[in-house]
Structures are given as C-alpha cells and as structure tokens.
Design a protein around this ligand. Structure first.
Ligand SMILES: *Cc1c(COP(=O)(O)O)cnc(C)c1O
Length: 420
C-alpha cells in the first residue's frame, strides 16, 4: 500500500506533510510509513490465514531496527543473510525461532552465533556448507536445523542481476542433485532436516514462475518422503514485484491464492521470505534540488542525494518515480535528468523527467523503502542519510544522519615519520 497522498498541493505520508518534515530534518532522508509496512505485512497474513505458515521478512530489503520492530510486533519471522542482520533482528525484538538464515557464504563464526541464539533454520546453499555446519554444530554439542536451498531452474523473467533461480548462477543446489544431498545430510549427526527452500529472484511481476518453482519443490518433497525423509516446511522465498512505473505485479492476495491452490491439504508449513513487497512502497527518499543547470540544451536538476544514497537507478537502470513535494507549478515544466553529486556519470536518480522545479525545491523518490538505505554507502565520503518513521501525525528519527566524525570512525593516521 502506498502511504503517500496529495492534499492542498502537498505530498503527505499518513498525517505528516513531507515538506515540513524535509525542512525540519533536512535532506536527503528516507521516510517510512508504519501503517504502510503493517498493511503490506498483514496482506500476507490474511492471504495465508487458512494455512500453517510463517512470513519471514527479508531483512536485506530494509534493516533499520525500528522497521524490523514494527514487523516483529506483528509476529513476523525474518530471513537473514549475515550475522549483522541477525543481531539487528534480536535488537528489534524478533524471535530467534522465527529466523531463517540464507546466504551462500556463511562463516563458521556466523553459524556459531546463529546456533547459540537458536534460529529456526539454516537455508544451506551447498554441499560444502552442509559439512561445515555439521562440524560447527558438533563442536558446540548441538544439532542444527537445516533446509536445502534448491535451484528449481525457472526463469523469473526479471532483471538478470536479480534473477537467482537459474541453473547457472551461484545460488542454491541443483534440484536434480537435491535428493542425493538430502541423503547425505540425513547421515550427518549434528544436522536435523526440517525443510526445503528456494528463491528464484526479485521484482518478479508474473505468478507463473512462482507456481512452477513451488511445483518443482513439492515434487522433491514427495520423493524425499518416499525415501523416509519427512520435511516440516516448504519455503518458497521472496521475490514478488512492486509497481515502480507501469509494471502490473500480481496483488499479494492473488499470488498467495495461486500458491495455496498448489499447496492445499499438505501438512507442511508454508514459509515465505518477502522483502520488497513489504517495505518498498511504504517508503520514499526525500532530496532537495541544489542547482538547475543546462548543458548542450539538456536540463539537469542536481540534487543532494546520489547513487551512494540510492543505488538502484545506477545499478539496475531502475526507474523510480520522482515528484516535487509541492506541485504549485511556479516554474516552467521542462525535461530534466535528475542527477546526484557523486563523481560518476552513472550517478542519476532519473532521466528525462518532466518536472516543474526550481533550486531549493524538495523531491520525493517513490517506493524507495526497499533496497534503498540498505544499499547506501559512504562513496565520495558522503555521510549516509537520516531515516524517519511516520506513524499518524508523529515522526520519529530512527537513524540519525551520519556526521563527518562518523566517516572516519575507526581510521588511524600512520605514526609520525622520523627524519633521518
Ligand atoms: C533477497 C532475498 C529475498 C527477498 O526478495 P524480495 O525480492 O525483496 O522479496 C528472499 N529470500 C532470499 C534468499 C533473498 O536473497
């Protein structure tokens, strides 16, 4: 649910004027709607009400602890890919027994910590990881709950950089080899097989690839059952797309009913790992126009947010809507490239946008609540943006803007050189 609306020529999130917010907190800043996040999560809960299920929010989409807290309070589980994300979930009040741990490169230290807090499941991505996890759990005198991430080899029809379920990419175990690897896992004393999982990609706007992947998973589950390996859960990953421009992603309810149609009468718990579809449209990035500039007949709006703040346009050529917070049409409407201050030609937020703006105006980049702040960096020694949560008429700074001091934290000058 997009939580933005226009009233009196102004853009509002819930009951807060973003113009007033931007003036008060300065820019760039990420703003998230508590109500929007809740509504998106509850759409999953409602769609799955008839089925034993667990919705694990993919923390890499938005890892601010206040955002995780909003979801933890609703009983969400979490899908993590690092120990840093694990500690965030714990800080936010998430339950360890609802955490699934994905990722191709888990270290022994990460495994130890996850075993210590008692996560629900390790989503194991390779044969070698299986052996290391067995050894690590053995050394701790415990048993690790595992699922194998299989690669169902379906084409999610999305951008190649965010397509993860094809045979030739680095994720998961080829589904054709899965039974063999499960058989091996069954012989390892410090592992307990609990599930199977996949994740075929991100920003997927068709239902069919999901259904196809689920069918492949269920085939494997049934074959394993016949061999005496009984699974408690089937995890179909995340990946449901959102509308940035003119995409027509299925509604959560339609997506879930397609899954449930294949899942009926099964005893396993259905696990999902949505990220983008929970937080993307519940958040936005606010930035200010610094300069208007015309070069060779082309108009540029130089803004104070760059690719270090929001990487998606530069990395994936992603299109994200950009609109002024005030639309009073003071300035002539012209076609602009909206560009950041970073020294890279790829540093743009949007190209060829028709806008009526002057320097000093604030702009909203829509649907920046997922893979926005989490992909931001300090490139060009730019402090990272503030993050703010809005709830009704209240706003809370949930991450202070970084300071110049923050930029060099942990750095050291070399000792003084002795002159000879
Ligand atoms: C990124 C990721 C997700 C979330 O994907 P979305 O497209 O944000 O829903 C879920 N599971 C795994 C394993 C991931 O890597």
């Amino acid at each position: 649910m997009s939580s933005l609306h226009r009233r009196n020529q102004q853009l509002w999130m819930e009951d807060v004027s973003l113009q007033e917010l931007a003036v008060e907190h300065s820019t760039p800043c990420y703003v998230y709607s508590k109500r929007g996040i809740e509504a998106n999560f509850l759409a999953y809960e409602q769609g799955l009400a008839e089925q034993k299920h667990l919705v694990c929010f993919a923390v890499k989409a938005n890892s601010n602890i206040a955002v995780l807290q909003i979801l933890a309070r609703l009983g969400a589980g979490f899908d993590i890919v690092s120990i840093g994300e694990l500690e965030r979930v714990i800080l936010a009040g998430g339950s360890a027994d609802k955490i699934v741990f994905s990722g191709v490169g888990k270290t022994a230290a990460e495994m130890c910590r996850a075993l210590e807090v008692g996560i629900r499941c390790f989503n194991v991505e390779s044969h070698a990881e299986l052996l290391l996890l067995n050894e690590t759990a053995g050394a701790m005198g415990c048993v690790a709950p595992i699922s194998l991430r299989v690669n169902p080899d379906v084409d999610p029809l999305t951008h190649p950089y965010i397509s993860t379920g094809l045979k030739e990419n680095k994720f998961g175990i080829d589904i054709a080899e899965a039974e063999q690897v499960y058989q091996l896992a069954a012989t390892l004393k410090n592992l307990r097989i609990v599930g199977i999982d996949c994740h075929i990609g991100s920003q997927i706007t068709e239902i069919d690839p999901f259904v196809e992947a689920l069918e492949h998973l269920l085939d494997t589950v049934d074959k394993l059952g016949a061999q005496g390996i009984k699974l408690q859960h089937v995890d179909v990953g995340g990946g449901l797309g959102v509308r940035y421009q003119d995409e027509q992603p299925p509604k959560v309810a339609a997506y879930l009913s397609a899954l449930l149609a294949r899942f009926r009468q099964r005893s396993e718990t259905l696990v999902l790992e949505p990220g983008r579809s929970i937080t993307a449209d519940a958040g936005c990035l606010i930035t200010q126009v610094q300069y208007i500039k015309t070069n060779g007949g082309k108009h540029f709006a130089m803004v104070d947010a760059g690719m270090n703040d929001l990487l998606r346009p530069a990395l994936y050529e992603a299109w994200m809507d950009i609109q002024p917070l005030l639309n009073d049409l003071r300035a002539p409407t012209r076609t602009y490239d909206v560009v950041g201050p970073v020294c890279e030609t790829g540093d743009f937020l949007g190209q060829d946008r028709s806008l009526s703006i002057e320097s000093g105006d604030f702009l909203c980049v829509y649907s920046a609540g997922a893979y926005g702040f989490t992909m931001s960096s300090n490139y060009n020694s730019r402090p990272r943006a503030a993050e703010i949560v809005i709830s009704g008429a209240e706003s809370y700074v949930v991450r202070a803007r970084e300071t110049i001091q923050d930029l060099t934290r942990g750095e050291q000058l070399l000792p003084e050189e002795r002159s000879s």
